[in-house]
Ligand binder design. Structure first.
Ligand SMILES: Nc1ncnc2c1ncn2[C@@H]1O[C@H](COP(=O)(O)OP(=O)(O)OP(=O)(O)O)[C@@H](O)[C@H]1O
Ligand SMILES: [Mg+2]
Length: 312
């Protein structure tokens, strides 16, 4: 089987996730290479390990960079820490005023609060960067490589966490508004209200695209081993409860050769897991990728992986 439907014009955002080391980065890049043959494509890495740069053998940073030799492919590393630092820098005044007007904290406490992270905000901000790109519409396809499962799960649940935070902040503001109205008879919306509203809109924008089955698809990458299968199951449960569509699974590192004792035993060892995946995920398009003799690094091996993913 091969990956299907990714060329569909409506589909904009394709996110790869899975356990550590199963081949997410390799598959995300190979997919971006394939899509860039027909679409202007942006490959986005949200993994702080900079593995996209390593795998492409080209330095990519927090800036859209053309991938050498690929006319239609660009890449960017959107690291949560940097996206968050930018957010705090841009909105420090509003955050400070929110704390100042809605709490009994003194200046020292406020500084301390500002240095603490709002739950989910770093991941939300990296997602916001992605959504901003999609809405700007400069590219036709956006392929996202995530760090190991925990990270993908945090990414998915981050809008929910931030939404909870906004609710608390809005409640604090409501009390403040009530107090002002009691004293002065009226209340004018200020920049803090506008800030909370725009944060709320960001959460909605992220949720809307993630849940839009025509525009977004999540592709779990798995290998035929017990722990990877368990993580895939957890990931799919979370995706399901977040209404994010996943309908195909990449099954990487499948042993095909049985030319030597070692290969034969590895192949035999994988059999029960392949069967388990086949049974559990019979509704999914399962795309098997053999284990290569060489590591996947540089365009030659990436192109080889691309043919396995797209021609089966
Ligand atoms: N089919 C394959 N055959 C041989 N080597 C592979 C295959 N798929 C991936 N690899 C190798 O396995 C290693 C991990 O791959 P990759 O970096 O794509 O995984 P990852 O899931 O992104 O890892 P991480 O969780 O650390 O981000 C790399 O060295 C890569 O070259
Ligand atoms: Mg990776």
């Amino acid at each position: 089987m091969a990956l299907a439907g990714l060329q569909n014009n409506d589909l904009k955002l394709i996110i790869f996730g899975g356990k550590g080391g199963v081949g997410k980065t390799s598959c995300a890049i190979a997919t971006a290479l394939a899509l860039s043959e027909n679409f202007k494509t942006l490959l986005i890495s949200t993994d702080p390990a900079h593995s996209v740069s390593d795998c492409l053998e080209q330095q990519i940073g927090f800036k859209v960079t053309k991938v050498a030799g690929q006319a239609n492919l660009s890449a960017i590393e959107v690291v949560a820490d940097e996206a968050l630092a930018l957010f705090i820098k841009e909105h420090q005044a509003q955050l400070r005023k929110l704390l100042d007007t809605s709490t009994n904290l003194d200046n020292e406490d406020i500084e301390e609060m500002l240095s603490l992270s709002i739950p989910g905000i770093d991941e939300v901000m990296s997602f916001k960067t992605i959504i901003d790109f999609i809405e700007e519409g400069e590219f036709e396809k956006y392929v996202v490589d995530t760090a190991p499962t925990g990270h993908a799960l945090r990414l998915i649940s981050s809008p929910r966490l931030l939404d909870e935070w906004i609710k608390v902040a809005a409640r604090m503001r409501w009390k403040y508004r009530y107090m002002i109205t009691s004293f002065s008879g009226s209340y004018q919306q200020d920049e803090v209200d506008a800030f909370l509203l725009s944060l709320k809109k960001t959460v909605k924008r992220i949720e809307n695209i993630l849940r839009d089955q025509a525009r977004c698809e999540f592709i779990p990458v798995c290998i035929p081993e017990a722990m990877a299968i368990m993580e895939t199951s957890r990931l799919l449960t979370e995706l399901n409860s977040s209404d994010i569509i996943a309908k195909q699974i990449i099954l990487n590192n499948v042993m095909v050769s049985d030319g030597c004792e070692f290969c034969r035993r590895r192949k035999e060892g994988q059999l029960p897991y392949l069967q388990e995946i086949g049974t559990t995920y019979h509704n999914f398009n399962t795309v098997k990728v053999p284990v290569f003799a060489e590591e996947i690094k540089g365009l030659v091996t990436l192109q080889k992986l691309k043919s396995h993913l797209f021609t089966g």
